[in-house]
Design a protein around this ligand. Structure first.
Ligand code: ADP
Ligand code: MG
Length: 565
């Protein structure tokens, strides 16, 4: 019972459907109770038949009706189960999806790709299986008590034999069960790492083909497979023990019971209907016991899954202090960093950094690699919280803005943007459903002609990670996407790094135009872009220095300790 309570607590991560669960339980118990009448009717039919009494026909009718009711009840039970199954599956999927979207990037440590796959594939469906197993478990306990007391009513000595075999049986069972669930948990963990191998393989297909790493990767997979089989075999060992005891003990007791019944029939003239009744009940008891053990094992098994889902859904990160309630949507776009410090582990990336950015300006951030340029963006996007100091947007501390207001006013274009495996139109509509706005944004970045030249135009489906358009076009598309967000502040992380000069020039012209109504921060090392900037921010050793022009920057750099980029 204590264990069931623990299960219930893990289960509650999704709102509990009281009424449906009650109906489910009720139909299950009713089904079992009806089943318990079968041996009674059967024995009565035999009893009256041997006496050549016509009441036997009446009992035949009763038995037929009982069978029909039995079927109808299970039909409802299955129907309710389907309702519950879809409820749990839908609810958990939506919760998990939201959880991942609203989590900080740290969640990837708790939920890597491999684990994600088995969570969705195996663990979510287990939620409802679990409910089924618990219901069967409780119903069979009820039925065992009922059947045993019925056997007591029929015959005392048989009942005693039954109870003794029952106790031996249950003691054996529980011992093997705990070991079983321990190794199951291990097995699942190894399965996660195997899954992640495949995710990596898909993502790094190019690397696998261009570097001689295939055999090494395969060897790594083999190690993982070995670990998996080890825990699998251990689990199966206890499963087999469990399975064997669950059939052997009742079978032997049944042999003993037959012997005793035989003795009673010969010596004490026990009637044939009593024998049928006892054997009928005993068969049911065995069936119930097998179900009891089976369902208990399933509870243990599914509990591992329920726990994993629960862990994912209740995963807490320190995001709560990243969001506030400030709802002002009139953003001009002035950004101020005041004595901002931020460290990874114990290494300071930003150290008492001060920086001021005016609205509607183009600002370029440069600095050696590892100097914290990307980190600066991550902080501005509120992915992490700074350790000390303050960052202001329009004079208000950024952590005071509400989640939605802040997110809608600041956006990021990455060097390797992710384009969804949908048509160009759908990719745009994900961000903004207005078709005209989508095309305007595409025209703005100068991609319209190209798209119209494609046989299917805007309906062209971009393949996974968009390999059917060039890197530059993908970059332009991602800029168009960010323009559709209506964000005032555009952050661009090294977007021109791998572009051809023509596309780069196109982007530079675009940025100059966009600064009319946007505040733009660009990380870049392109001199032609740097020269267009209103302000050049040089990041090094945790500090930021601002310059008006590239020549001023070059003049003032300390050649001993400061490299340009
Ligand atoms: P840049 O973009 O200027 O090349 P980053 O901002 O990406 O530099 O990184 C700045 C420093 O922070 C680097 O030294 C890097 O090793 C470190 N760093 C970045 N991300 C993490 C992380 N998740 N955990 C620990 N250190 C990190
Ligand atoms: Mg970077």
């Amino acid at each position: 019972m204590k264990y069931l309570k623990e299960v219930y607590n893990d289960f509650k991560v999704v709102p509990f459907k009281k009424f449906l669960t009650f109906l489910f339980f009720l139909t299950c118990i009713l089904g079992y109770v009806i089943m318990a009448t079968f041996p009674y009717f059967a024995s009565q039919i035999i009893k009256y038949a041997t006496e050549l009494n016509e009441t036997a026909y009446t009992y035949t009718l009763y038995l037929t009706i009982a069978y029909i009711i039995y079927e109808v009840i299970w039909y409802f039970n299955y129907y309710i189960y389907s309702l519950l199954q879809t409820y749990y599956s839908d609810t958990i999927h939506k919760k998990l999806f939201n959880k991942i979207c609203t989590s900080s990037r740290k969640i990837s440590k708790t939920l890597d790709n491999g684990k994600m796959l088995s969570l969705v594939g195996d663990d979510i469906p287990s939620f409802c299986y679990m409910l089924d197993s618990i219901t069967v478990y409780l119903s069979t306990i009820f039925m065992i008590i009922l059947t045993v007391s019925l056997i007591f009513r029929a015959h005392f000595i048989f009942a005693i034999i039954t109870v003794i075999s029952l106790v031996i049986y249950l003691v054996f069972m529980t011992k093997t069960m705990n070991k079983f669930s321990k190794y199951l948990k291990e097995q699942k963990k190894h399965n996660d790492t195997i899954n992640s191998t495949y995710v990596e393989e898909l993502n790094a297909l190019k690397e696998i083909k261009t570097l001689p790493i295939k055999d090494n990767l395969l060897r790594k997979l083999e190690t993982k497979l070995k670990r998996y089989s080890r825990s699998y075999f251990k689990k199966r060992k206890y499963f087999a023990r469990n399975e064997n005891t669950s059939t052997l003990i009742p079978q032997y007791t049944k042999v003993i019971l037959y012997l005793v019944l035989l003795i009673f029939m010969v010596k004490l003239n026990a009637t044939i209907d009593l024998v049928i009744l006892i054997i009928g009940y005993y068969d049911q008891l065995i069936e119930n016991l097998t179900e009891l053990v089976g369902s208990y094992r399933e509870i243990k098994e599914y509990h591992v899954s329920v726990k994993r889902v629960n862990e994912a859904l209740t995963y807490e990160d320190d995001l709560s202090n990243l969001f506030g309630k400030y709802e002002n949507d009139e953003i001009y776009g002035s950004i101020v960093f005041k004595n901002v410090s931020y460290k990874y582990n114990s290494k300071y990336i930003l150290d008492n950094l001060n920086l001021e950015i005016k609205p509607n300006t183009l600002n370029v951030i440069i600095g050696p690699s590892g100097s914290g340029k990307t980190t600066l963006f991550d902080l501005l996007l509120r992915f992490y919280k700074i350790d000390s100091g303050e960052i202001f947007l329009d004079g208000v501390n950024i952590y005071e803005y509400s989640d939605s207001i802040y997110a809608s006013n600041i956006t990021l274009v990455k060097q390797n943007p992710f384009i969804y495996n949908m048509s160009i139109r759908e990719n745009l509509r994900l961000v903004n459903s207005n078709k005209k706005r989508g095309e305007e944004a595409i025209k703005e970045v100068g991609l319209h002609e190209f798209i119209m030249s494609l046989p299917k135009g805007y309906s062209t489906v971009l393949t996974q990670n968009a390999t059917n358009i060039s890197g530059g076009q993908k970059q332009l598309l991602s800029i168009a996407r960010s323009l559709l967000t209506d964000a005032e502040i555009l952050l661009m992380d090294d977007i021109t790094a791998s572009l051809d000069p023509k596309t780069t020039n196109q982007i530079i012209d675009l940025l100059v135009r966009l600064k009319e109504d946007h505040t733009i921060l660009v990380i870049t090392n392109r001199e032609d872009l740097i020269t267009k900037a209103d302000k050049i921010i040089y990041l090094n050793k945790g500090k930021a220095k601002s310059y008006k022009s590239l020549s001023e920057l070059k003049e003032k750099l300390d050649p001993e300790s400061e490299v340009l980029m």
